[in-house]
Design a protein around this ligand. Structure first.
Ligand code: B1M
Length: 220
């Protein structure tokens, strides 16, 4: 599909998310998919830009928490349609097992859910621990769920410190050496990942999939 034909479809979805119109977001998603738009294109070209714009409006005082919430709800109406399509892409052979969650104190899960979808789409078996996940829960995922990789997501500068606490809890429990730990989320950087001793950092969902594949190939 050429860019001229694509752009109104993407704009309709982006606008529906920013208007907090869940039904509109779902129908814009169905319409675009019906016209052959790739689901990943909807994520990159409409859903992520919509959330970036919501964040900009929040910073400028044009949006408050209720507006962020309704936009996030509208985005999730689209994500519910798109995620299974992304997750179907992997085929049946599991490439490894990943436990992933948003760290303690942090309720943001839109980006984490995208990482989950792409990992599943890339053939990984994923244990989604949800949001506000305490360090002890990550530790029990390593001991009980036999995972190869643990993924930590954080969206707040305050909660990213929980990543360090989670790594410490894994060390204290004696399980740190048996898994690779990858980190990501808007405030997280490669430098921070190195500082806390994570095994890898990815700045987006596709990079997280590539990183998980590299770690498995190197014997995670
Ligand atoms: Co929040 N919020 N929020 N919020 N919110 C931010 C993060 C903020 C930057 C907005 C702003 O001020 N501009 C700001 C953080 C400031 C800071 O810490 N420096 C902020 C704030 C302050 C807050 C509250 C404190 C507001 C308040 O109550 N006063 C509060 C905190 C609640 C809590 O968690 N305890 C809060 C609440 C919320 C809502 C609940 C209303 C809602 C979340 C709904 C939900 O997720 N279910 C919300 C939203 C929607 C946002 C913004 C607008 C959008 C986040 C998002 O979904 N982005 C955000 C502003 C922004 O980011 N532009 C903001 C889209 C998503 C696809 O991107 O999550 O970055 P992202 O994920 C990317 C990558 O980061 C990466 O891949 C993803 C896909 O490419 N990635 C990983 C993520 N995890 C990864 C893990 C990996 C690898 C890659 O490996 C494991």
């Amino acid at each position: 599909m050429d860019t001229d034909a694509l752009s109104p479809l993407l704009s309709a979805l982006r606008d529906a998310v920013l208007d907090g119109d869940a039904r509109g977001a779902a129908s814009a998603t169905e319409r675009a998919l019906g016209q052959g738009v790739d689901p990943q294109r909807l994520v990159d070209g409409a859903l992520i830009p919509a959330m970036d714009e919501a964040g900009r409006r929040f910073e400028n005082g044009e949006f408050f928490v209720p507006e962020l919430l309704v936009s996030a709800r509208a985005l999730k109406a689209s994500q519910a349609i798109v995620t299974p399509l992304l997750a179907q892409r992997g085929g049946v052979v599991a490439r490894g097992r990943v436990a992933i969650g948003t760290v303690k104190g942090d309720m943001h899960d839109i980006g984490k859910n995208l990482v989950v979808a792409l990992l599943q789409g890339g053939g990984f078996d994923v244990v989604d621990l949800g949001t506000d996940v305490p360090p002890t829960r990550f530790v029990s995922a390593v001991t009980n769920d036999r995972v190869d990789i643990v993924g930590l997501s954080a969206l707040l500068t305050t909660t990213m410190l929980q990543m360090k606490a989670t790594l410490k809890a894994m060390e204290t429990a004696g399980v740190r050496g048996s898994v690779k730990v990858i980190v990501g989320g808007a405030p997280v950087t490669q430098r921070f990942a190195d500082e806390i001793g994570a095994d890898g950092y990815a700045d987006n969902a596709a990079a997280a999939l590539a990183l998980a594949r590299r770690l498995m190939a190197s014997g995670a």
